[in-house]
Design a protein around this ligand. Structure first.
Ligand SMILES: [Cu+2]
Length: 512
């Protein structure tokens, strides 16, 4: 209960509302159906339409079954023993793999001391499996099991993570790879790279950081923004970290470490391959507050997919991923050791892995390049494979989504409202099944935001990539389109964990 109270008080509720929240927290998990009392015109997760749509999804008749056990565990990072929370007792959760059309049956066995959930990031899945407590399901209480069961709708690189408060900022995330039964891409090996900014157990906990940043910079006054690219650190706050690529302020939080498949740069992952082999890298940015610039110095990456969907292939020197984004790229292996760098954009830090053909000498960390320049793009700048373009259709409904708030009060919001999960429909954006929806993400803030929509893959403009998470730079507008073809109640939010928790969230709400 204390966590609930703490979080809700961060949202700046009135005393009366906080008292009401305290009462609610003392009763068993408020059900999404109870939350929705007085919402008769909304297609709720329990609506039979949700099950009917599931029967329309393609099926292989096969089932992938797995139990995931979130819980506390201890491990060592950069020589320091830490205790954190993860799935199945490891920093790297199991990679789930299935084929499009398979049924995924995951039993979540909650051994945490608090409630949790799993969100299947990027999937256009049935609404009642989306894993958003208070909106699509009850939170799964400590000690309880919960069955997730749904069809895997599209091939591609996805991931899963807790959708409760700051839990994702521990190690409660993993990769979800959906194979294409008719995979057109030719490659010899398939490797998953999960990137994360890490502080839990090293410099504090994510909850402590949230509490600190939530006090805002308003009271500090006269803060200088010097200190070079890495910025200036005060407590857990990072000030003055800048990235031209991201349009200014790169991030809010100072991290001691960045992880590449759960490993710190002192203990890098080493992949093995033969020279000349084509490797499909599936890169996932699971971080809370860090974009990564990824590349192999002196080599090109051929980008093939973003957020699971194919793009027109393009050769680049590096690719930037915001939090929540995925990129698939082909790397042709060269003889010797090849470092794959993930530079923390604007933060003057990095992590990396190595590709080895079994020859040559291991490069020392200090000898690695610290920049990746040349042709550098992000997923929002790519062009869709025409096969996945949305059909030509007139827009039925437009929603303007102003990204609002700032560092002074740390009052990140949507259309100047800080989202309150206790009242999810308060500022809901209504849509109806069958509509072509236009969403204008208008960034009124001084900072970039990776904006994520649940349950749909939108298209950027009319020829841009199909994506579920897109970087929106300061003072810029990114216009995206999606077909309202998956009824239910769907969260959308900034995938900066701290911005989201402070209220940069909203709901796309299907009406009956
Ligand atoms: Cu944000």
């Amino acid at each position: 209960m204390s966590n609930t109270l703490k979080r809700r008080s961060f949202l700046g509720l009135s005393v009366a509302a906080t008292a009401a929240a305290a009462l609610a927290a003392c009763t068993p998990n408020p059900s999404p159906t109870a939350t929705a009392t007085g919402q008769p015109n909304r297609i709720l997760p329990i609506n039979p339409i949700i099950a009917e749509y599931e029967t329309r999804r393609a099926s292989t008749g096969k089932t992938v079954a797995k139990t995931l056990t979130p819980g506390p565990f201890s491990t060592t990072l950069a020589g320091k023993k830490i205790t954190t929370w993860g799935y199945d007792g490891a920093l790297v959760a199991p990679t789930l793999r299935g084929t499009a059309g398979d049924e995924l049956n995951v039993t979540l066995a909650n051994t945490l001391s608090e409630a949790t959930s799993i969100h299947w990031h990027g999937l256009a899945l049935r609404n009642n499996a989306d894993g958003v407590p208070g909106l699509t399901q009850d939170a799964i209480a400590a000690g309880k099991d919960y069955p997730y069961s749904f069809k895997l709708p599209h091939p591609g690189t996805y991931w899963y993570h807790s959708h409760v408060e700051m839990q994702r900022e521990r190690a409660l995330y993993g990769a979800l790879i959906i194979e294409d039964p008719q995979e057109p891409l030719k490659y010899d090996k398939d490797w998953v790279i999960v990137l994360d900014d890490w502080l839990d157990g090293v410099t504090g906990t994510p909850d402590e950081v949230l509490k600190e940043v939530s006090q805002g910079m308003g009271s500090m006054g006269g803060m200088s923004h010097g200190g070079g690219n890495g910025g200036m650190v005060m407590g857990h706050m990072l000030m003055g970290a800048t990235s031209d690529f991201l349009g200014g302020d790169a991030g809010d939080v100072a991290y001691p470490l960045h992880l590449f498949n759960g490993r710190d740069p002192g203990n890098p992952e080493t992949f093995t391959a033969k020279a000349g082999e084509r490797v499909r890298l599936r890169i996932i940015n699971a971080a809370g507050d860090t974009a990564y610039r990824v590349g192999a110095p002196g080599q090109k990456l051929t980008l093939t997919h973003t957020d699971g969907f194919p793009i027109q292939h393009v050769d680049v020197d590096a690719v930037v991923l915001g939090m929540g984004e995925r990129i698939d790229a082909i790397l042709t292996v060269q003889d010797g050791y090849t470092p794959v760098l993930a530079l923390a954009e604007g933060k003057a830090q990095m992590t990396y892995g190595l590709v080895s053909t079994g020859t040559g000498t291991v490069p020392a960390l200090a000898s690695l390049p610290t920049t990746l320049e040349g042709k550098v793009v992000d997923g929002g700048q790519l062009t869709a494979d025409p096969a996945v373009n949305l059909a030509t259709k007139t827009v039925d409904r437009t929603h303007e989504v102003h990204l609002t708030g700032g560092m002074a009060q740390y009052d990140w919001g949507i259309n100047a409202q800080q989202f309150d999960m206790a009242k999810p429909f308060e500022n809901a954006l209504d849509i109806k099944a069958g509509e072509r929806v236009e969403v204008k993400f208008i960034n009124d803030t001084q900072m970039w935001h990776p904006m994520h929509i649940h349950g749909h893959t939108f298209q950027i403009g009319t020829t841009g990539a199909r994506k579920d998470t897109v970087i929106v730079r300061p003072k810029q507008t990114v216009t995206v389109y999606f077909d309202a073809d998956n009824p239910g109640q769907w969260l959308f939010h900034c995938h900066n964990a701290y911005h989201a928790e402070r209220g940069m969230m909203g709901v796309f709400s299907y009406l009956t």
